[in-house]
Design a protein around this ligand. Structure first.
Ligand SMILES: Nc1nc2c(ncn2[C@@H]2O[C@H](COP(=O)(O)OP(=O)(O)OP(=O)(O)O)[C@@H](O)[C@H]2O)c(=O)[nH]1
Length: 261
């Protein structure tokens, strides 16, 4: 294949004196001129296309960077909101715990007990085994406060709460009913079982050593016991246990009285 000469070579041929009268010279000169124009146009086109490609590239990159930044921001917000929600749930849980616990002894409070009592009552209505209630009150507790001070009284209450709680099964509930009074909710427990449990608790309380109160100090509790009658309101069961507790106090304390069914 014939090799096409370069630009310099073509110029030199066109300028050469010996070709000046060649009839093909003007045609060659015109072809060379057209070729140069076309190449120049092609280069311009290439430059423009390079330039728009570069612009498109940088636009795409900047969009990608923006997208990336937004994504990171979104991830951060999601992390914060997850943490915030977890904190809220924990706080909610702690608030609920606090709202249902007695702050001194850590036992259930009256509110939680009433919630559980209603649940047990509904269970009984559905034909499940009845629950028993034991109302337990410290004997002569005022004397402890008067002789040894309120702080010692508080410590005795905490020790008592722990002693009672240790005797219970997982599904029983011991609540602080008020002052020096405690209520035991014993699901699926008949009177004979509730009596045995109460007597065991009374015995453990008598065995307690209370160095704060002196070497020979002994603590006793009185207990009123009642089993829930099918169909009665929980307040009635509580009332019957309370009456028995009153009887136990009247009959000399450190004793257990049981309501008839
Ligand atoms: N330290 C302390 N004392 C309390 C608390 N709540 C109630 N008390 C005290 O418990 C005492 C209850 O006294 P009383 O109702 O007369 O009963 P008691 O002295 O135990 O006599 P009986 O129940 O009849 O045997 C009072 O002195 C109350 O101040 C408490 O949270 N901490």
């Amino acid at each position: 294949m014939t090799e096409i000469p370069g630009d310099d070579e073509l110029d030199r041929l066109l300028d050469a004196a010996e070709h000046r009268d060649n009839p093909l010279r003007p045609l060659l000169a015109a072809l060379v001129e057209r070729d140069r124009e076309q190449r120049a146009r092609l280069e311009r086109l290439l430059r423009i296309s390079d330039c728009s490609y570069g612009m498109a590239l940088s636009q795409t990159q900047s969009l990608l960077q923006q997208y990336d930044r937004q994504l990171r921001r979104l991830e951060k917000i999601t992390r914060i909101s997850d943490r915030y929600q977890r904190n809220l749930l924990e706080l909610n849980d702690r608030l609920r715990q606090a709202a249902l616990k007695d702050p001194l002894t850590g036992l259930a409070n009256r509110r939680l007990l009433m919630e559980r009592l209603r649940e047990e009552q509904e269970r009984c209505q559905r034909g499940q085994a009845p629950f028993s209630l034991a109302m337990l009150d410290v004997d002569y507790f005022k004397r402890i406060n008067d002789r040894h001070g309120h702080d010692v009284g508080d410590r005795v209450l905490c020790l008592l709460a722990q002693t009672i709680d240790e005797q219970l099964r997982g599904y029983d509930l011991c609540a602080r009913w008020g002052g020096e009074e405690f209520m035991l909710l014993l699901p699926g427990t008949d009177i004979a079982q509730a009596r045995r449990l109460s007597e065991r608790i009374m015995a453990r309380v008598r065995e307690l050593r209370l160095p704060d109160l002196g070497q020979h100090a002994r603590l006793t509790v009185s207990v009123g016991l009642a089993i829930h009658r099918s169909g009665e309101a929980v307040d009635q069961t509580i009332g019957r246990a309370d009456s028995e507790l009153l009887q136990a106090k009247r009959q000399g304390r450190d004793r257990l009285m049981v309501a008839t069914l």
